[in-house]
Write a protein that binds this ligand. Structure first.
Ligand SMILES: Cc1cc2nc3c(=O)[nH]c(=O)nc-3n(C[C@H](O)[C@H](O)[C@H](O)COP(=O)(O)OP(=O)(O)OC[C@H]3O[C@@H](n4cnc5c(N)ncnc54)[C@H](O)[C@@H]3O)c2cc1C
Length: 268
């Protein structure tokens, strides 16, 4: 759609050119920005002009992975599958959980999906499931925030004024982890009602991330040999379930428990 309030469009030429003027906002793939009116936006700053690398895998058996915020969802899946890393086996189902057209997945970026902070953000599901950390750039320099803490509520993040996400860092232990994925939706092609990603790390610890059924991501740290009771207790600590036409809160809570038990069983 035409953004009739937008009067300027900037291609930044480096990190020093990343100060937002009043009314400016970051543009990544534009699949959401151009999908509805942005009445308070008067200028766009195109992050894809910065040429950030999509994928930087550290050396040997100890290096982690850095995913550029402007990597598209389609390229994320391609890189993940080419890597053959066991922890990244959940990349495709997480991205496909978005149920979007190939036109959108070719343009939508990992950073845009996380920063939009929708409960059913597939990149948010993947990155919280992998225990990833966001590298945040802003007027006061660089800081790191776990993705699970970056998304704070529906359409809300912990980003301050003028801040952006430069990249996401995935620890090596998550790349080497065994992972499992479950999704619940009211209809086969419907918006996700619950998305759970579990990983068993090389040290045996089991971690399960809960997204789509909740207003923000939750991570359940379950130890090495969780019982059904442990899983139920952990799920019961979630105090606010998301409520929209894609699922009632009690249904989402029940689906989350079912999916969490299945994920833990698969990782046993
Ligand atoms: C048909 C269709 C189906 C969809 N289905 C889903 C779905 O099931 N689940 C879901 O979550 N979403 C869904 N979406 C929305 C989708 O999340 C977004 O379209 C997409 O992921 C956003 O990525 P983008 O790169 O296009 O971001 P943009 O549209 O460019 O930006 C989105 C927002 O993030 C900000 N932003 C972008 N990159 C950064 C960054 N690096 N740092 C800080 N801020 C940044 C922008 O300023 C803007 O506010 C759907 C969209 C369409 C069109």
């Amino acid at each position: 759609m035409d953004l009739h309030t937008v009067e300027s469009f900037r291609l930044p030429d480096g990190p020093d050119d990343l100060r937002l003027a009043p009314g400016e906002t970051w543009l990544a793939g534009g699949t959401w920005l151009f999908s509805e009116p942005q009445v308070t936006t008067t200028g766009l700053v195109d992050l894809t002009a910065l040429g950030w690398p999509d994928w930087e895998l550290g050396d040997g058996s100890t290096g982690g992975l850095t995913i550029g915020a402007t990597c598209t969802l389609l390229d994320l899946v391609a890189h993940a599958e080419r890597s053959g890393l066991p922890g990244l086996a959940v990349a495709r189902p997480c991205v496909e959980a978005l149920v979007m057209s190939s036109k959108v997945s070719r343009r939508a970026t990992v950073g845009g999906n996380v920063c939009l902070a929708l409960p059913a953000g597939g990149a948010t599901s993947l990155l919280t499931g992998l225990g990833a950390v966001a590298v945040v750039w802003g007027p006061d320099g660089e800081r790191r925030v776990p993705v699970a803490a970056l998304v704070t509520d529906v359409r809300r993040t912990a980003l301050g004024p003028g801040e952006l996400v430069r990249a996401f860092e995935v620890p090596r232990a998550s790349l080497d982890a065994t992972t499992a994925f479950r999704r619940a939706a009211l209809t086969a092609m419907g918006r996700s009602g619950a998305v759970l990603v579990g990983r068993r790390e090389p040290d045996g610890g089991v971690h399960v991330s809960v997204t789509a059924s909740t207003r923000r991501p939750h991570v359940l740290d379950l130890g090495a040999a969780p019982t059904e009771a442990d899983v139920a207790t952990a799920v019961a600590t979630i105090d606010r379930w998301y409520d929209d036409p894609h699922g009632a809160p009690d249904w989402r809570a029940a689906q989350t428990l079912r999916c969490a038990l299945e994920v833990v069983e698969e990782l046993a």
